[in-house]
Write a protein that binds this ligand. Structure first.
Ligand SMILES: Nc1nc2c(ncn2[C@@H]2O[C@H](COP(=O)(O)OP(=O)(O)OP(=O)(O)O)[C@@H](O)[C@H]2O)c(=O)[nH]1
Ligand SMILES: [Mg+2]
Length: 422
């Protein structure tokens, strides 16, 4: 069965402080075998459910427990529900067990909750679990107070974070540019990761959707129509998958946003790129367009062609980004003039009151990724920092805005505000 609900790319899969984590390993194993048995049965061994289980289990036991996700007897479930003492200390974890069963099932497919309720009722018949099971069922139906549920608050908080994030209206941002305008660098700066390869000859040749997660929680992607998860974000690039989820380390971090990367439209060796991107623009499955120009070389025939296409076919707001302004030279270039000329061009095409954002994507990326730069990049960062201490490179001032910090001077904070506001 396919299970590629895009919402899952924003899902927080791991938890830091699961209450069962502090119990002895043998008990944790019993607990996880029971949990895996329930989830396997309810989902018919679905691979996405396996990923959700494996990451949750990792949070509890600190190692890969994917092998537990297999066909088991109901006895394993009974054993997990009957855990009640360590040595002379008596306790129960049935509340947590029920919570985990319901929460992971709900995350996978809410429609399966009634089936889960029936299954657990049947299994728990003779082991005094009735009351706690009923409370859990009511809680997940939304018909009982959160205080009635006897599980640690951190479990409920985890669920609420996932739910409230997905309840925010998702904003889809289509990022469009001509080749080499700095689209990959700009997306990397918004993500705070080196996700897109910069300067590779094989540049983006398809749409790539990047979903934000509300907090740092690894890298999620779909493979053969099921969810995969990797805690190491840095080992992935946009070549790996065309739908991915990760936490954006920028001021977009709390927003339910999906960035849609498009192929550079004027690629002379691949005319498909024009088709893919213009089809996406006409199709309209987005809320705003971010159009990126290289500040130094804007106003080309190629650029006019794509802007005219956007003007005719896009019914949504467009943010106009002028990138690479760090490359302007104080003695020969005039940023003010360039922005005015650009505005004139864009207005001549027909856009009313264009919102223009002067930025340096490379500087914003280096500031946000400064712990992970190579030696050459660190040298470059030093240089660019020095350069940006001059008022000429205070980019927001060219559109009447103020800035105090380094990252503000790159123009990115205003760009991100613009994305969120539109
Ligand atoms: N100086 C400067 N260079 C930049 C900036 N942004 C990108 N570049 C450089 O411009 C070149 C192209 O950048 P990319 O981010 O790969 O541009 P792209 O639009 O994704 O290019 P394609 O995918 O090939 O269409 C690279 O050499 C980048 O290092 C910037 O803000 N300042
Ligand atoms: Mg690129």
């Amino acid at each position: 069965m396919e299970h590629n609900n895009n919402n899952l790319l924003s899902h927080i899969c791991r938890i830091d402080n699961h209450p069962v984590k502090d119990l002895p390993v043998s008990i944790k194993q019993k607990y996880l075998i029971g949990l895996a048995a329930v989830l396997y049965t309810i989902s018919n061994g679905n691979a996405t459910m396996k990923t959700l289980f494996t990451q949750w289990a990792y949070s509890i036991i600190g190692q890969d427990a994917s092998c537990l996700f297999s066909q088991q007897t109901d006895d394993c479930v009974k054993k997990a529900l009957s855990i009640n003492r360590i040595g002379f200390r008596f306790f129960r974890c049935k509340h947590e067990f029920f919570f985990d069963c319901f929460y992971l099932t709900e995350s996978f497919d809410k429609g399966l909750l009634p089936k889960l309720g029936e299954y657990l009722t049947l299994i728990g018949k003779n082991i005094f679990t009735k009351e706690s099971l009923k409370t859990t069922i009511d809680y997940f139906n939304g018909s009982c107070d959160k205080n009635a549920l006897k599980v640690s608050e951190c479990l409920q908080k985890h669920r609420l974070l996932n739910i409230s994030f997905k309840q925010q209206k998702q904003k889809r941002v289509l990022v469009v540019a001509n080749v080499s305008a700095g689209k990959s660098t700009l997306i990397n700066a918004l993500l705070g990761y080196r996700f897109n390869n910069v300067r590779t000859t094989a540049c983006t040749s398809r749409l790539c959707e990047i979903y934000n997660k509300p907090i740092d929680d690894g890298f999620a992607y779909f493979q053969s129509n099921h969810l995969e998860y990797d805690p190491h974000i840095d080992s992935h690039t946009s070549d790996d998958a065309c739908k991915v989820g990760m936490h954006f380390k920028s001021t977009l971090g709390k927003a339910n946003i999906c960035l849609i990367d498009t192929p550079g439209v004027n690629n002379s060796t691949d005319t498909d790129h024009w088709k893919i991107t213009t089809t996406a623009i006409s199709h309209g499955a987005y809320d705003i367009v971010v159009f990126i120009s290289n500040g130094k070389y804007n106003g080309t025939t190629d650029e006019r062609k794509i802007l005219e296409h956007i003007y005719r076919n896009c019914k949504k707001p467009v943010l106009f980004v002028l990138n690479q302004l760090d490359a302007f030279n104080r003695s020969v270039d005039n940023i003010d003039e360039m922005i005015q000329d650009y505005m004139k061009e864009v207005k001549a095409i027909g856009f009313k009151n264009p919102q223009v954002y002067p930025v340096s994507a490379i500087y914003a990326f280096m500031l946000r990724h400064s712990n992970n730069l190579d030696e050459d990049e660190l040298d470059e960062l030093d240089l660019i920092k020095k350069r940006f201490s001059k008022d000429f490179y205070n980019l927001p001032k060219y559109v009447g805005l103020e800035s105090s910090s380094d990252i503000e001077r790159t123009g990115f904070i205003y760009l991100e505000k613009g994305i969120i506001k539109q």
